[in-house]
Ligand binder design. Structure first.
Ligand SMILES: Cc1cc2nc3c(=O)[nH]c(=O)nc-3n(C[C@H](O)[C@H](O)[C@H](O)COP(=O)(O)OP(=O)(O)OC[C@H]3O[C@@H](n4cnc5c(N)ncnc54)[C@H](O)[C@@H]3O)c2cc1C
Ligand code: FES
Length: 282
């Protein structure tokens, strides 16, 4: 995978497609975008877990996970929750509109080191965005990995992202997908309860398995506790931190947890690193 020639320079990108993942106040909209400059497009290289600063000239920028795998093509995907000034403005964009993209930033999931292993992803809400590239990467390189198990939950069925992509996954003998919602809904055929409880119900074996969890900090805290109960070693567990950022490259000091810069040292961390940083899940 190539690196972007100049990750600090914003590139202009055209929105090719948009769609809503979820609706409501804090709805999530996915943008499929293509960098306008051919040279920048060709030299762009991201790895699963990396993010980019996306924005609008005159409005601002936000750090957003790149929610596609490089194996999917010469485009980028961002799934953005409508929160404040920047993300509200981004939500106004439709196909043909322009945004700025700089990056890719941060480290990434060490997917090459995980070859030969079973992969277990445990996501909650918008936390599925950084997990999606791992899932797509593993699907595109199926022979290199063992079983793929997805555990994903949200508050209601309407809050689940990438819903259509889970359909039919369980038809593959080496992929297992487990979905949950917090409160019972008429016609919901899957688990009802919190993601950490579903993890215990699925009861995955730690043998030769890497577990990656992303989601709200409270969910991550209980998932980590439960992974330890299931005898996963610290080195088998990965997560991401999403502290607020400004510069994105280790200069402004906005994103620190303990002595770590989330933008420079993360956003991907092994539990072996984070367990010694009490501020990480505060
Ligand atoms: C590494 C990383 C990856 C991220 N990936 C995604 C993603 O894939 N999709 C997505 O929708 N968002 C993601 N975020 C969060 C996103 O950057 C913020 O929601 C966004 O910058 C808010 O900007 P705004 O101007 O719209 O809101 P603001 O006006 O800045 O803030 C609106 C509200 O959101 C809160 N907020 C802002 N940033 C954060 C944050 N980082 N964590 C928690 N609360 C925050 C503020 O406290 C405030 O209450 C990521 C953040 C990081 C650091
Ligand atoms: S965002 Fe500036 S140091 Fe991390």
């Amino acid at each position: 995978m190539k690196e972007n020639a100049n990750p600090y320079k914003p590139e202009i990108a055209t929105v090719e497609d948009t769609w809503y993942e979820t609706y409501g106040d804090r709805c999530i909209k996915t943008f499929k975008v293509v960098l306008d400059d051919e040279k920048a497009r060709e030299s762009w290289g991201h790895r699963p877990g990396q993010c980019a600063m996306i924005g609008l000239l005159g409005v601002g920028e936000s750090m957003i996970s790149i929610s596609c795998s490089p194996t999917e093509g010469k485009f980028l995907r961002f799934s953005v929750m409508r929160m404040g000034k920047v993300t509200q403005a981004l939500h106004e964009l439709e196909p043909g509109d322009k945004m700025t993209v700089r990056g890719p930033y941060g480290n990434s999931f060490p997917v090459d080191d995980w070859k030969g292993k079973n992969i277990l992803t445990i996501g909650g809400g918008i936390g599925q965005a950084p997990l999606r590239p791992i899932i797509e990467y593993v699907k595109a390189n199926r022979g290199d990995y063992g079983n793929l198990t997805l555990i994903y939950g949200s508050r209601t069925s309407g809050d689940l992202c990438f819903k259509s992509e889970f359909e039919g996954l369980n038809e593959c003998s080496d992929i297992n997908c487990h979905l949950s919602i917090d409160v019972r809904e008429e016609g919901w055929p899957h688990y009802v309860g919190f993601v950490p409880s579903l993890l215990m119900e699925v009861n995955p074996s730690p043998e030769n398995t890497i577990a990656i969890t992303c989601g709200p900090p409270i969910m991550i805290r209980f998932v980590l506790e439960n992974l330890k109960k299931l005898n996963f070693a610290d080195e088998q567990i990965y997560t991401t931190l999403e502290n607020r950022m400004k510069c994105g490259f280790g200069k402004c000091g906005r994103c620190n947890v303990g002595s770590l810069y989330v933008c420079k040292d993360g956003p991907v961390f092994s539990y072996a690193t984070l367990k010694n940083v009490p501020e990480a899940f505060a």
